[in-house]
Design a protein around this ligand. Structure first.
Ligand SMILES: [Zn+2]
Ligand SMILES: [Zn+2]
Length: 111
């Protein structure tokens, strides 16, 4: 179970969502990357798990219009392209953390 982050904020100038995990661990998720990772049934085939969303179709200047917490396990993001059905769970976001510490982690290594 991934704990809720300490802070979540949309940094408009950098077009990225900044999530502060435990102990000041900060992940900055570019909007476009995050939009491309949308896990909803409209973007991923529920049966096969294959992504049906064409990443190239996502606008370069996509932004976040609004966000809502869903229970204590996920974040719903309302994108500027009108798409708002994806629930980004903390677990998923934590796994996607693009910071050097996480990105440089060997696959399968502990932590
Ligand atoms: Zn979606
Ligand atoms: Zn990280």
């Amino acid at each position: 179970m991934v704990r809720s982050p300490e802070d979540v904020k949309a940094v408009t100038e950098q077009r990225s969502l900044e999530i502060t995990w435990e102990e000041g661990h900060i992940g900055r998720y570019p909007y476009r990357t995050l939009r491309g990772e949308c896990p909803c049934a409209g973007c991923v085939d529920e049966l096969t798990g294959v992504r049906t969303l064409d990443i190239a179709s996502i606008a370069e200047d996509i932004t976040i219009g609004d966000m809502q917490l869903v229970g204590n396990y996920a974040l719903r993001i309302n994108w500027s392209d009108g798409h708002s059905t994806g629930l980004y769970s903390w677990k998923m976001l934590r796994a996607l953390c693009p910071c050097p510490q996480c990105a440089g982690r060997e696959p399968g290594s502990p932590g």
